[in-house]
Design a protein around this ligand. Sequence first.
Ligand SMILES: C[S@@+](CC[C@H](N)C(=O)[O-])C[C@H]1O[C@@H](n2cnc3c(N)ncnc32)[C@H](O)[C@@H]1O
Length: 247
Amino acid sequence: MEKPGEIEEETEFLKKVWLRHLKKPARRVLDIASGDSPHGQILAREGMRVVGIDRSPTMIAAGKKGSRDLAGVSFYRREINKFSVPERPFDVAFFMSETFPVLISNDDLLSHLHSVGRLLRRGGLYCIDIDKMDRIRMVRDRKRWQRRKVRTPEAIVDVNTYDRPFPWYSATQSIFELECQIKFHGRPTQIVTTRDVIPIRYTVPQLLELAAKASQMFEMIAVYTDLSLVTSLDQCDRRWLGVLERV
Ligand SMILES: C[S@@+](CC[C@H](N)C(=O)[O-])C[C@H]1O[C@@H](n2cnc3c(N)ncnc32)[C@H](O)[C@@H]1O
C-alpha cells in the first residue's frame, strides 16, 4: 500500500538517524513486525545482516522469496509482545509502518521492549515509526470509515473499514475493523469474507518516553517527524519516529 519510493525514502531516513546517533556503523539489523521486510531487503543489498520477525507465515514466505538472492536476510515467526531469537546482539532494531500501537496493554508494551532490549547491544538504537494521533476516533456505534476496491490478478476485493466503539478509559485511539470481501475470478458465486479487528493504543511521544524509562532498558533520545531531522513536533503532519537507545 506504500506509495512508490516510500520504502526507499524511509530506509534512507533510518540510515541518517543511525549515522547521527550511533558511534559505530550499523551492521546487524532487527526488523520488528517485518512482514516481507522491504526495508531489510534494501539494507541487505547494501551488505547488512537483517533478521525479520513477524507472526504471519504468508508474509515470511513472501520475504524469503523476495530475498532468496540475498545472503544476509532471515526470518523468524514470532509474536511481537514477547519473543526471543537465537541470534548475536544487533546494532539497531526498527519497527516501521505504524504498527507499534497494536501493543495495547502495559504488560505487552513492557515485555515487547524487554524482548527487543535483550537482543540489542548497549548503545544500540530502536527506531519506532508511529502515526500522528491528533484525534481520538471515538464513536457510539460501529461506523464505516473507508471503502475501496482492490484488483489483483486472482480476484477483486471490496475493502471496507469501520470504527468500533470502545470505553473512554481504555487509552485507545480507535478500534479499526477491516473487512475484505474477496471475489475470485471465474468463481462468481464464491465470496470469501475476512474480518480483522485491531485496537490501536493512543500513542504519543510522552507515552513512548515513559515506556522506555519503565522498561529500564531504554531511554528515548530523539523524536523526528515526517522523515525529517529538523521538522518540529508542532509542525508534524503525518508521522513521527521515536529513537530509543539501549542503556
Ligand atoms: C503493516 S505490516 C508492515 C510490514 C513491514 N514492516 C513494512 O513496513 O512493510 C505489519 C506487519 O505486522 C505483523 N504483525 C501485526 N501484529 C503482530 C504481532 N502481534 N506479532 C507479530 N507480527 C505482527 C503483520 O503480520 C504484518 O506483517
